[in-house]
Design a binder for this molecule. Structure first.
Ligand code: FAD
Length: 286
């Protein structure tokens, strides 16, 4: 069937609660939920997806919150990128998340786009999946079979592919709180302000006295999902934070990914940028 003949008609329902959205999803095969619509609507417009029904969850108040409970920052799936960026609670307890939201697109996109939508969409270059991975977040889902807590490293399975099962929705994202001992940075290379990054690097360094006790290096945009550079991380453990140590770790990180050629940059260039940006991100964090 040519794109011109695809039947792109869909019906529209607005869900008033999470339970109603789950029930509608079960009842209607081919239905998809829409939250902020900032990824789904472009895909519908380009006929990359043709849902038979759009279930609008965008006004379900119970999914829109930021709160702290038992040392966990709990964020409702409908929390907008703009709220993540501006919320004093997020800035205090999870500053990397706040910074990540500020990198997303432009203000109009951040006003509508949601954290649940970004994680479910699972764009490999998106900032929030990278941040969820780097910060060891847990994604709480709800579906016909109940609630599941899925660690970020098991949630993202591939390009636009997650561990969400049929009828399941993201309900909440749970971030361990950052402490002052977590020195961090999030840097990205973009062609123009607001673009998806060619390469994004999230680093966290935990210190024991003058030595690095634990390091996290998350890389976005250079694989099918955001990934951790585990060998580079391990190389930092027990080291003093010197430029040479960071350069070696950055070289290791570049060797751990296999970026592909994309329209804007070659694979070799993007690998070089992983090294450059990892080095800078580690220095900035320290
Ligand atoms: P929607 O578009 O409503 O939905 C996206 C997908 O998630 C759909 O498949 C939908 O069914 C599903 N979904 C939504 N909510 C849930 C849920 N709670 N549970 C299960 N499934 C759900 N993003 C970046 O990260 N970085 C950028 O630089 C960036 N730039 C952008 C530039 C432009 C011009 C545009 C239009 C978008 C850009 N985005 C960028 C995407 C933006 O962040 C989206 O807001 C985000 O990817 C999806 O969130 P949403 O709420 O809009 O989801």
């Amino acid at each position: 069937m040519s794109p011109a003949t695809i039947d792109s008609r869909f019906t529209y329902r607005r869900a008033r609660s999470l339970d109603e959205a789950i029930a509608l999803l079960q009842e209607h095969e081919g239905a998809r939920v829409i939250a902020g619509g900032q990824s789904l609507m472009p895909m519908v417009n380009m006929r990359l997806v043709s849902p038979s029904m759009l279930i609008d969850i965008g006004r379900i108040q119970e999914l829109d919150y930021v709160r702290v409970s038992n040392n966990v920052l709990e964020i409702g799936a409908l929390t907008r990128h703009h709220t993540l960026e501006q919320s004093p609670v997020v800035r205090q307890h999870c500053p990397m998340l706040s910074a990540a939201a500020g990198y997303i697109g432009h203000i109009h996109i951040r006003n509508r786009g949601t954290i649940g939508g970004s994680l479910s969409h699972a764009d490999p270059a998106a900032e929030l999946p990278l941040t969820a991975l780097a910060l060891n977040a847990t994604i709480r889902t709800r579906g016909p079979k109940g609630v599941r807590d899925i660690p970020a490293n098991a949630f993202f399975l591939g390009v636009f592919t997650t561990a969400l099962q049929h009828g399941e929705l993201v309900e909440q994202v749970r971030f361990p709180m950052q402490t002052p001992n977590h020195r961090w940075s999030l840097l990205e290379q973009v062609r123009r302000h607001g673009d998806f990054p060619l390469v994004a690097v999230a680093t966290i360094l935990e210190f024991n006295g003058a030595k690095i006790a634990n390091a996290v290096i998350g890389l976005g945009g250079v694989a099918a999902t955001a990934v951790r550079a585990r060998h580079a991380e391990a190389s930092l453990s027990g080291q003093a934070p010197t430029i040479d140590v960071f350069r070696s770790a950055a070289q290791l990180a570049a060797g751990e990914v296999e970026p592909s050629d994309i329209i804007h940059a070659s694979a070799a260039y993007r690998r070089d940028m992983v090294e450059v940006y990892t080095g800078r991100a580690l220095e900035t964090a320290a």
